[in-house]
Unconditional design. Structure first.
Length: 256
């Protein structure tokens, strides 16, 4: 190989290297322009801000846990087919094509974490409001199906082992900290439902749920959402949490 051929070969190699570099930069630019989880994959603080999860690795682990196994697919919802609006009558549809599945979960976590409106999310993710509603309803249903089957109750020996000093002094036998949380809801057009969801405590129509933490600050139990007019005692009885009691347990509860 003469000097000219050697120079040509070197130039071609350099040109190919630069072309590959340009392609890589273009792909990175596309990722930066698209509002999705890959845009923030290198920033733990951004992942925490948008999803409440500690980092990208945790988000991916959640996605893999929720994603249907090979051969199955999510059933995307598009409203209800009768006036009772019962979930068993939903109309299934194929997956929207504007977003990949991992970004659909990212959108859902965005709304849960930040309380964003559908129009805002539609503009950020470059889709339309109807698709945002469909995606959110579908993934919330999927999260309920998968996460609702998990038990977060910690065994009593573990609780005692990691109990903080302030609890060990006077509350070593406390197993759960319980409280009812109320969420504001829209006023129903039906008088009976208005009455059932009216909360005297909040002065508003609400849904009420029982939440439980262990003394080591781990979530332990969340009940179904009940009408705001129900008392805390009624919800405690109907929620199913009493099935986990053992003789000698002490639970802490706030007073109203």
């Amino acid at each position: 190989m003469n000097a000219k051929e050697n120079k040509d070969c070197t130039c071609r190699h350099e040109i190919n290297r630069l072309l590959a570099r340009i392609k890589s930069l273009e792909e990175q630019q596309k990722i930066a322009e698209v509002f999705g989880v890959n845009r923030f994959m290198l920033s733990d603080s951004d992942i925490r801000f948008y999803t409440g999860l500690p980092d990208y690795k945790t988000f991916v682990a959640l996605f893999k846990f929720l994603k249907p196994q090979s051969g199955f697919q999510l059933n995307y919802y598009n409203g209800y087919t009768n006036v009772t609006k019962h979930p068993s009558y939903v109309v299934s549809r194929v997956r929207p094509h504007n977003l990949v599945e991992i970004d659909e979960l990212f959108l859902t976590m965005n709304r849960l974490r930040l309380g964003l409106l559908e129009k805002d999310l539609a503009d950020q993710f470059n889709t339309d409001q109807t698709e945002v509603s469909t995606i959110f309803s579908t993934w919330i249903d999927r999260m309920h199906d998968c996460l609702g089957q998990l038990s977060f109750l910690t065994d009593r020996d573990t609780v005692k082992k990691f109990l903080s000093t302030c609890f060990k002094l006077e509350h070593e036998d406390v197993y759960l900290i319980i409280d009812c949380t109320e969420l504001f809801i829209e006023k129903s057009s039906q008088v009976i439902q208005q009455s059932a969801t009216w909360s005297e405590y909040k002065g508003h129509n609400t849904g009420k749920a029982l939440t439980c933490l262990s003394p080591i600050m781990l979530p332990a139990f969340v009940s179904e959402v009940y009408p705001g007019s129900m008392s805390d005692e009624e919800i405690l009885s109907e929620s199913g949490i009493l099935a986990f009691t053992q003789r000698g347990d002490r639970w802490l509860a706030g007073k109203r």
